[in-house]
Design a protein around this ligand. Sequence first.
Ligand SMILES: N[C@@H](CCC(=O)N[C@@H](CS)C(=O)NCC(=O)O)C(=O)O
Length: 221
Amino acid sequence: MKLTLYSGTKNASSWAMRAWLALKEQNLAFEEHVVDIRRPQRFKNLAKIGEFSPPAAVPVLLVDSQVIFDSLAIMEFANEIGSKSLLPPDSPTRARVRSMVAWQHAGLSNLCPHLFFESAFYPDKRALSENEKKQIKFLFTVWEKQLSASNGPYLFGDISLADLSLVPTIIRIFRHQPDFTLFPRVASWGSQLMQRASVQEWLSDADRLEPVWYDDYLLSD
Ligand SMILES: N[C@@H](CCC(=O)N[C@@H](CS)C(=O)NCC(=O)O)C(=O)O
């Protein structure tokens, strides 16, 4: 079975990162094609993806000649064929992991459109707005509670798709110096996640790239 991943520019493609992480965490060998999704070449490059994948977006995984699109489907596929399990063994907990993943996939919060992935790689970060701090506090409260219930080190004990799907969100929040005072478990969970070999491999490439600048960043919300 030959796996070919059409990924995206590493400091701009949070969705591709999720799929890529799941494949790496499962030790699956794959050929990677990084699609340059920066403007203006983005449009021409994604149109080419549209020739074989209906959403014309990345990530896309080819399994031999079969097309799997959407990060979530790719993550689930990696979980199924890889050597370990990224979902817990019991059904209710497995469903709760999927709840977290689905929440993230459906947008999670109003944070991401303002604190976009690209901003995690800007050399100079703006301060978080009061609204962003409020939303981060809410997410941290949810995660702290879950980490306390599972006793960590990851959200549901062992690493799962829930943790991997949240990595890009963690990166953009953690790199904007949030207040961890009330959230020690979140601080250590996020740091541990960011130290994983797979995440470090992606970040070392992403950090070397020219930042993808959007003026909107300075408007916050
Ligand atoms: N729901 C999709 C979202 C994919 C997505 O929006 N990818 C971005 C790059 S990170 C993209 O290719 N956007 C192009 C477009 O939406 O036109 C997934 O999870 O894979």
